[in-house]
Design a protein around this ligand. Structure first.
Ligand code: MG
Length: 173
């Protein structure tokens, strides 16, 4: 059984993952409207990944005999001034998610819930990757500046990204 504090925190994390999905879907739509289909593709895959993150937490709460409570998803912005702006927001957002995962880990430790702590290990590594991806793209867009050809080439590169099911879902856990 999950303690009430852990169950509440996991439900808040499920909501945060869905909010992340919502945020990246908005960024994808904004890029599509701005005629940058590759960036739109990159954010659409982020959107899919965040839904998968929520699903991993949902599966875990169910497996532990807890109750999933789906709360309202808060509104997200609809427009970004430039691709660099969206990736800067992405990094800032992922840093907040990292802090949430760390807090959840600390809570699991204080509650002696070692199964939850173990489950969170995958997310701790995943957040390192999320922050690194955003930083790399911030660097690239900063380097390019307003160069149209550079933006075109990078858009093409981001258009090649494909979705891969996160390991905890792919392995059926
Ligand atoms: Mg996530």
């Amino acid at each position: 059984m999950l303690s009430p504090a852990i169950e509440k925190a996991l439900n808040e994390q499920i909501n945060a993952e869905f909010w992340s999905a919502y945020l990246y879907l908005a960024m994808s739509c904004d890029a599509e409207a701005a005629g940058k289909p590759g960036i739109a593709n990159w954010f659409k895959i982020q959107f899919q990944e965040e839904q998968a993150h929520a699903q991993i937490f949902i599966n875990y709460v169910n497996a532990r005999g807890g109750r999933v409570t789906l709360m309202p998803i808060a509104e997200v912005p609809a427009k970004w001034e430039c691709p660099l702006c969206a990736f800067k927001d992405t990094l800032e957002h992922e840093q907040k998610v990292t802090a949430m995962i760390n807090n959840l880990y600390a809570l699991a430790e204080s509650e002696h819930d070692y199964a939850t702590r173990e489950m969170l290990n995958w997310f701790i590594s995943e957040q390192v990757e999320e922050e690194e991806n955003a930083k790399t793209l911030i660097d690239k867009f900063t380097l390019i500046g307003n160069d149209g050809m550079g933006i075109y080439m990078l858009d093409q590169e981001l258009g090649a990204r494909t979705y891969a099911e996160p390991a905890p879902l792919a392995s059926g856990n």
